[in-house]
Design a protein around this ligand. Structure first.
Ligand SMILES: [Cu+2]
Length: 162
């Protein structure tokens, strides 16, 4: 859960973020228990529009390499419980961080940890991690890898919630 470069503020923030995700995960687990998961395999699949409810769920997978996300752009539905799997297929650490709505950085120097809304935090090469998220607000959210130099090198994308 920690990286050597973490300052106390960053660690504290991570803790808060994790508290939030624990709650989200608990909700997701409850949904999984009460609803037999319908076939909603990876990709951008999901229920047909018009039938979106807070109990719908989906899985998406993103690969990270030097230096790109594949896919770079992903979409989710408002209220949908989404299991995000980030697979580090590169040779160095990578992460998949979604910035708050309305935050759009053009340069790494503009980045602050407080801008992060959701992330699969840095994982080592050759590993993957899954986190569950539900977005309650439609919008366009910037995705970045905040490790030094990675954003500028091409690790960015857009998450569209509709
Ligand atoms: Cu990276």
């Amino acid at each position: 859960m920690t990286r050597p470069e973490h300052g106390p503020a960053r660690a504290k923030e991570r803790k808060l973020i994790h508290e939030v995700f624990k709650k989200i995960t608990a909700v997701a687990l409850a949904a999984a228990v009460t609803l037999p998961l319908s076939a909603c395999g990876g990709g951008s699949g999901g229920p047909p529009s018009g039938s979106v409810t807070s109990t719908s769920s989906a899985d998406i997978s993103i690969d990270g390499t030097e230096f790109a996300f594949a896919p770079a752009d992903v979409s989710m539905k408002v209220g949908q419980t989404v299991n995000v799997t980030f697979d580090n297929k590169g040779v160095v650490d990578h992460e998949w961080a979604v910035l708050k709505e309305g935050t759009q950085i053009k340069d790494e120097a503009d980045f602050a940890e407080s801008m992060v809304l959701f992330e699969v935090e840095a994982i080592p090469a050759g590993t993957s991690a899954t986190q569950t998220i539900t977005f309650e607000k439609a919008g366009r959210y910037q995705i970045i890898c905040a490790l030094p130099g990675h954003f500028a090198a091409g690790m960015n994308g857009i998450l569209t919630v509709s």
